[in-house]
Design a binder for this molecule. Structure first.
Ligand code: PXP
Length: 248
């Protein structure tokens, strides 16, 4: 069974790059943010190299690989181009996510049921190169069962619908989403998968997810980077950690 005794926090620094790219220059530097996050207690750094390079660019990933002392969770779509980059860099973890050019952010999980054969073939060389493979997925038993058959060691449950329902005050929907996440975390853990969760988490929504005993890691980005404007990145990360630990 995967070890879930300590809940890890992965900090996603994509949106420091969003801010940098708004002006096309070099500041704010996402690598500086990653090193600060590391010093503030992040257990890992997550960065998503999108096909359109809208935030993180190739040089950021190279610099993160060279400078981080905590593991890099390299988020990417299951494309040949990204496989080439991951096989060259061999990051600690690769998180496979769906990607649509027109979306503002990663809207849903991968359809592993539909793409099981393709994903199984895609994952094998990445695993052989030493990366841990995670699949970003909705809270759905058939998707989780398929993910377990692909050779992935980790699933990351998409918490976006739960967080959106909370923000919109639709608390019955939020509670139903939380129930699904709870049941599916248990289901995945029983299959021997390590369970991560993320997307849209805030100070207000993190506790019930952090309280799920099967969840080993949370990946949080947009809210922390936004909150850094008001309270500083280190303080925002420290507060998130306190809330996670208190919920555990
Ligand atoms: N986990 C995955 C797989 C993601 O794609 C994202 C968003 O890039 C996150 C976590 C973090 O989401 P947010 O930025 O909303 O905290």
């Amino acid at each position: 069974m995967p070890d879930t005794s300590k809940l890890r926090l992965g900090v996603n620094i994509d949106h420091v790059a969003t801010l940098r790219n708004a002006r096309g220059g070099t500041v704010p530097d996402p690598v500086r943010a990653a090193l600060l996050a590391e010093a503030a207690g992040a257990d890992g750094i997550t960065a998503h190299l999108r096909e359109d390079r809208r935030h993180i660019i190739d040089g950021d990933i190279d610099a993160l690989m060279a400078q981080l002392t905590v593991p890099l969770n390299f988020e990417m779509a299951a494309t040949e181009e990204m496989a080439g980059i991951a096989l060259r860099l061999k990051p600690h973890a690769v998180c496979l996510v769906p990607e649509k050019r027109e979306e503002r952010t990663t809207e849903g999980g991968l359809d592993v049921v539909r793409d099981e054969v393709k994903l199984t073939q895609f994952i094998a060389p990445l695993r052989a190169a030493g990366s841990r493979i995670s699949i970003f997925i909705g809270a759905d038993a058939a998707q989780i069962d398929a993910a377990a058959r692909t050779g992935a060691e980790v699933i990351e449950l998409h918490t976006g619908a739960y967080c959106d329902a909370h923000a919109e005050g639709r608390f019955d929907v939020r509670d139903a989403e939380l129930k699904s996440l709870r049941e599916m975390a248990r289901h995945a853990h029983a299959l021997g998968l390590e369970v991560h969760a993320g997307h849209g988490l805030t100070f207000d929504t993190v506790a019930p997810i952090a309280a799920l005993p099967e969840v080993a890691e949370l990946n949080i980005g947009h809210f922390l980077i936004g909150e850094a404007v008001f309270m500083g990145l280190e303080a925002a990360i420290a507060k998130m950690r306190r809330l996670m630990e208190a919920a555990r």
